[in-house]
Design a protein around this ligand. Structure first.
Ligand SMILES: O=C(O)CCC(=O)C(=O)O
Length: 398
């Protein structure tokens, strides 16, 4: 799949600024060339645009509107580690009712997160385009990929976002040689820290779900599983009210661990058209349930749709560490959570091939991939879950 046209490196900064005798008339602002758009939003900003190019303008119904703050539940990892049953109940309720929560006392030193964000900023804001462009690839499975928008090959409207994707190919190695030099050491330390948090949370989640028979085996699969870090850059946007940094989506993994700087932007869906903005306590990491955990839990836990809003004043940098089993593994509901009478199976098996097919065809909006894996069951036959099986939103106290 060809995602980016990287063959042309033109600058769109050919606007005429001088006015006066003998000077040419100012040209009307031109839409940037497709090649410039393909080089990302950071490049568009550098080229001096003052209005949002049409390719980024969302239809009025999809634009960000009024929101309320989300109060995320807090999971105390130290208490969880100490075997406090109330923390296990908090984690269970957070995954079930909210899909998003914050984790405190996770044991990851703040320096690791700070160094990761600093390295990300250096990559996006200090490197010239020619350097960043060396990592551009149209190959969606490339281990290192610098790209723009969300799913650029299929996005009808582009998103105000550039990203650097880093696949963790071997968790035992400190850093991957293919990773850009500017982020290598910090990203390796951050990846290892996130993997530790993921492992502990998955162990607790399996306990809370009562998945006992294959617990050890599943955790080993987590250790040897897949990890991908998405380093996101959302530059200040000339008309932020008309666009989004990321469109509504859910994550195709078990859990995502999110680090972001002090600029807000993440919003979660209530599932009824309303959105809430996420603000985490200083030092906490934000975690969300992904599609694989919703499937594994047979719908007990929720993979919630979220999006990113941009602003006109400050750039935002975030790093989403996405964790799951090995990429080619088939994901199914855990046997303990399915029985024909009370808890019918609610999801078809899913695998990477099915997901890539979806990515190649869908617009990547509104969680239709997870919906496409759902098996319709009559509500009267479901007694174990509060979920109506069709909602993709969450519950937050406004
Ligand atoms: O930047 C954020 O807050 C969220 C990023 C995100 O949703 C993603 O990378 O999938």
């Amino acid at each position: 799949m060809t995602i980016l046209n990287v063959t042309v490196d033109t600058s769109s900064s050919g606007r005429v600024d001088q006015i006066g005798d003998g000077s040419p008339e100012p040209e009307p602002e031109q839409s940037p060339a497709a090649a410039d758009v393909a080089l990302g939003v950071r490049h568009l900003c550098d080229s001096g645009i003052t209005t949002l190019p049409d390719r980024y303008v969302l239809p009025p119904a999809d634009r960000p509107g009024n929101i309320s703050p989300a109060v995320l539940p807090v999971v105390d990892m130290a208490a969880l580690r100490a075997g406090d049953p109330s923390q296990l109940a908090t984690l269970d309720a957070a995954c079930r009712d909210h899909g998003f929560f914050q984790v405190v006392n996770h044991g990851v030193s703040p320096e690791i997160g700070r160094a990761m964000l600093e390295a990300a900023r250096r990559f996006f804001f200090e490197l010239p385009l020619a350097e960043r462009k060396r990592h551009m690839s149209g190959y969606i499975r490339a281990a290192v990929r610098y790209g723009t928008s969300f799913n650029q090959a299929n996005d009808g409207v582009l998103s105000w976002r550039d990203f650097l994707k880093l696949l963790v190919r071997d968790a035992r190695r400190l850093a991957d040689d293919d990773w850009p030099r500017e982020v290598r050491a910090a990203a390796a330390a951050h990846a290892a820290a996130c993997q530790g948090v993921f492992r502990e949370l998955m162990g607790a989640a399996l306990d809370a779900l009562g998945v006992v028979s294959r617990r050890g085996e599943l955790l080993e699969e987590c250790d040897a599983g897949s990890q991908m870090m998405m380093v996101n850059c959302f530059p200040a946007c000339p008309q932020p009210e008309l666009t989004l940094g990321m469109p509504p989506h859910s994550d195709y993994v078990l859990l995502t661990i999110l680090l972001h700087d002090d600029v807000t932007g993440l919003e979660v869906s209530y599932g009824d058209g309303r959105w809430a903005s996420v603000e985490a306590a200083a030092g906490a990491v934000v975690v969300n349930v992904g599609d694989h955990l919703e499937i594994l839990s047979n719908g007990r836990y929720r993979s919630v749709v979220h999006r990113v809003r941009v602003n006109g004043r400050r750039a935002r940098v975030s790093v989403a560490s996405l964790h799951s089993f090995a990429a080619e593994r088939v994901i199914s509901p855990a046997a303990e959570l399915v029985d024909d009478r009370d808890r019918p199976r609610r999801y078809m098996d899913t695998d990477m091939a099915a997901f890539l097919d979806y990515l190649a065809t869908a617009e990547g909006k509104h969680k239709s991939f997870l919906h496409s894996r759902r098996i319709n069951v009559s509500p009267s036959s479901v007694s174990s879950s509060k979920d109506d099986g069709d909602s993709c939103g969450c519950q937050f106290s406004p």
